[in-house]
Design a protein around this ligand. Structure first.
Ligand code: FIX
Ligand code: ZN
Length: 421
């Protein structure tokens, strides 16, 4: 009898979760997508899907072509190689390959035909505006956070000229060059009319802050962000520490915006692979603990690239309410790790985090990234609700809706609004 009741409850919960997890619109808090009105920067379509750096890295494992020769090919030729190697000559089992299949399938295409020419023909019928709407609708994504870098030449000029904003796409200010390579970034700032010099004099710091303020206003940034290597520390003598303490954190306080730290990337471990050549390592999170403890009036949005850092990050989130954990980033965005990480986060910090971000670079990817993550989330939540139901706590539909909304961007929005201490 008891088992029957349990089975019945699990079936009802499964149906409820399927409905709620799939129907709750997502706020995608970190992507590399652009507002469609940003002069062609937004990528879409089958060839872009195929030359995504996740797939290129896998294709290079299958071919002997020197790297430079591959990069000299046109996009269509590169896409042909990726398709042939990863979809025709071998089964497309990896998460990135599966992503292309899910995307095509949801768009109503039949990947079984294994016919790239036919796929290209289908994509050619679309115009960008209709296609963007279709992708957002299929992925059920409400808001897309962009990654906006003034140091990116193409983007820089688009922002300078100005354009009519699409309100579904919101901005986040990316400042990696300032924190990772100050001498070069400083030279750029000087070129743009900011009076910065080598040391961090009062005047230089105030000019950096003027730069951050100008760009925060210009793009209407909701938060500031940086990706940092595993070796990142805030030791008193480094440029990075002086800049974070002197410019970034005061700026974030003034503009009431969180500072997003994406920790653990090792850039260009194999430079021949270009964008596909980055790797990762385990970070020392004591630096993060130091920032959270010493700057309680700042808020930190944090994701880590190393599986080994996930547990420590959750524990830190239990200690510091100015720390918001988000997403399963890049190499951790695979079902096995999404499941483990999401389960651990729910068990340690309840629903007070953002379960996922897509990191999409091609708008079509929203479809698969969210479908795959939603599937894992529904599975994990089913277990968690079943556990508390076994203790007599039956969640109502409204409670489940509230929780899922939190996990898919609601908790992040609350965090954005929180007044600092
Ligand atoms: O630093 C980042 O924002 C990373 O997500 C990217 O640099 C990376 O190339 C990527 O696309 C990962 O998904
Ligand atoms: Zn990213």
């Amino acid at each position: 009898m008891h088992t029957q009741v349990t089975e019945f409850r699990r079936t009802a919960l499964t149906a409820l979760l399927d409905r709620v997890v799939w129907n709750t619109p997502v706020i995608d808090i970190h992507t590399h997508l652009y507002d469609p009105l940003m002069g062609g920067l937004l990528l879409w379509g089958i060839d872009e899907l195929l030359v995504y750096h996740y797939l290129v890295a896998e294709a290079f494992r299958r071919i002997e072509t020197p790297y430079e020769n591959f990069w000299r090919l046109t996009k269509t030729e590169q896409a042909d190689i990726v398709w042939n190697e990863l979809f025709v000559k071998h089964s497309p089992i990896s998460e990135a390959c599966r992503g292309v299949l899910t995307t095509l399938h949801r768009l109503g295409l039949d990947p079984r035909q294994r016919d790239l020419a036919l796929l290209r023909k289908w994509f050619a019928q679309w115009d960008q505006e209709r296609y963007v709407n279709r992708c957002l609708e299929l992925a059920n994504v409400r808001t897309v956070y962009m990654t906006n870098s003034p140091f990116d030449d193409a983007e820089h000029s688009v922002w300078q000229k100005g354009f009519l904003r699409d309100e579904r796409f919101v901005a986040a200010l990316r400042v990696d060059p300032i924190l990772v390579n100050w001498p070069e970034a400083g030279a750029k700032l000087r070129q743009w009319g900011y009076e910065v010099s080598e040391g961090f004099s009062r005047h230089t710091i105030s000019e950096i802050r003027r730069f951050l303020a100008d760009w925060s206003h210009r793009i209407k940034a909701r938060y500031m962000m940086v990706s940092l290597p595993p070796e990142f520390t805030c030791d008193e003598t480094s440029d990075c520490a002086s800049l974070i303490r002197g410019a970034v954190l005061p700026h974030c306080r003034d503009f009431n915006m969180p500072f997003a730290l994406m920790l653990g990337v090792k850039r260009a471990v194999n430079p021949g692979l270009q964008l596909a050549g980055d790797a990762m390592g385990r970070s020392d999170l004591s630096t993060l603990a130091h920032l959270c403890a010493n700057y309680p009036e700042n808020r930190f949005l944090v994701t880590v690239l190393s599986r080994e850092n996930q547990h420590e990050l959750c524990v830190l989130a239990r200690k510091f309410r100015n720390l918001h954990v988000f997403g399963c980033w890049w190499f951790t965005n695979v079902p096995v790790l999404i499941e483990e990480t999401t389960r651990m986060r729910l068990e340690l910090i309840g629903t007070s985090f953002t379960a996922q971000h897509s990191d999409a670079r091609v708008i079509d990817q929203l479809i698969y990234k969210w479908e795959h993550s939603r599937k894992v989330l529904a599975k994990v939540l089913l277990d968690k609700y079943s556990d508390i139901a076994a203790a007599g706590w039956e969640p109502t539909a409204a409670e489940v809706e509230r929780d899922v909304k939190q996990l898919l961007g609601g908790a992040f929005e609350e965090f954005l609004k929180t007044a600092t201490e």
